[in-house]
Design a protein around this ligand. Sequence first.
Ligand SMILES: NC(=O)C1=CN([C@@H]2O[C@H](COP(=O)(O)OP(=O)(O)OC[C@H]3O[C@@H](n4cnc5c(N)ncnc54)[C@H](O)[C@@H]3O)[C@@H](O)[C@H]2O)[C@H](O)CC1
Ligand SMILES: [K+]
Length: 494
Amino acid sequence: MSADLPEALYTAAQVRELDRRAIEDHGIPGYTLMCRAGAAALDRLRRQWPGARTLAVCCGPGNNGGDGYVLARLALEAGLSVRVVAATDPARLRGEAERAWRDWQACGQPLSAPDEALAAADVIVDGLLGTGLTRAVEGDMARLIRSINRAAGPILALDIPSGLNADTGAVMGCVVEADVTLSFIGLKLGLMTGAGPACRGELFMDGLGVPAPVFDDLPPAARRVRPDLSRAFPPRSRDAHKGHFGHVLVIGGGQGMPGAVRLAGEAAARVGAGLVTLATHPDHAALIPLARPELMCHGIQRPGDLEVLLARADVVAVGPGLGTGDWGRRLWARLGDWDGPMVVDADGLNLLAAAPRCREDWILTPHPGEAARLLGCDTATIQADRPGAAAAIVRRHGGVCVLKGVGSLIRDASGLHLCDTGNPGMASGGMGDVLTGIIAGLLAQHLPAGGSLAESAALGCWVHGAAADRAARVGERGLLASDLLCHLREVINS
Ligand SMILES: NC(=O)C1=CN([C@@H]2O[C@H](COP(=O)(O)OP(=O)(O)OC[C@H]3O[C@@H](n4cnc5c(N)ncnc54)[C@H](O)[C@@H]3O)[C@@H](O)[C@H]2O)[C@H](O)CC1
Ligand SMILES: [K+]
């Protein structure tokens, strides 16, 4: 991903509104925007693949196709060999796209058959579908996308890989697997979550010269988490003592599952919580401090054993390894009237799904499967509309929802953040326990300074992914949750 991507993320409808404003309110003709898009795409193509001489440009039925026809004409004028594949009859093109087609036609080049064009191409340009995707891709369009994906040449997607839902990051039937995507005017939310990161390749954006006022009073659908770490983690006063940095109580670790609470507890300590106590099953309470003596650990037989611990806690993290049996259920029930910020993960979420409740001061951290249980649907439904699922969980349960996965979403009643740190090495047990501890540890310190519950959750997601990215420098495969712990300090002090 190019480092200088903007923070704001938009839906397809919002980008269409930005297009409209640029055209109608600022007098930039639509065709000028389209020509700028085509020119920007050709420029990106030649930077990415300087040796490319032969292009296959696949053009669809709308303005995304129009971008493609402009690129094809400009490439021809620049001396490249260009074969254009029209996915649908160009006679059906309208508006700017029709004009782009006519300007291409005036170059006197015939259309090409897909197989011939794709086989000969040094680079393939995907101008099939953009933000106008309205339904699952099928038929000839799907066949063409599959041929593009099978071809040898690298792929440049215009605006968004065809077949990717710009709002949700879901694949609509099939999707172009791009090597590079150049998005226009505003970054689409779907490029950053769900299947977006996997099919967009390296991501760039070009604003097409749209003036800044176009973006006024159009709040983006989401904002990428880009913390200013010096502000998020202000220097500690010289007379600091552990009482200044809060006390986290982690409740979980049912019989035979001590690891989850240990990971969560250590993560909370590693992001700077002053004190961390684990309330866990008596069978292993004495063992955990042997591995990490800084963690205080109490064996809990019954809910009453929590009282003294809850009285001392500033933040509760509940769920890692809790289990949904009688022991876990009784501890969960005791928390019903605990008054303070809470992070709920894993079996805490499963118990919440079984007996729904609503609070404003908790942070729920479901992965898609737990989110499906919270909403009473299946995981595919969650992944088909991740932003919608996160919003539904907040409507039903209040507080903040961190919907984990590629492009974790952090949703509260006032808005949506998206975290794009992290890597596939995080697909291993215990990563969620570490995130739970990180968020609880930040809440205990009221970090980021003056931030909301959602901002603490967003910062925690960012720190979690950034630590995993550092740990993955020696390889993603085999990355363990505990590998993140030593990197947490590097990240928050960097
Ligand atoms: N001035 C501008 O408007 C600019 C637009 N940009 C580019 O325009 C596209 C959005 O264009 P739009 O025509 O709205 O949509 P698409 O080109 O994505 O395609 C719409 C077209 O496709 C049909 N369609 C929808 N779903 C399917 C499907 N599953 N299978 C087949 N066909 C489908 C639909 O019926 C329409 O006919 C944007 O992405 C930019 O690339 C410029 O970037 C900036 C200027
Ligand atoms: K496209």
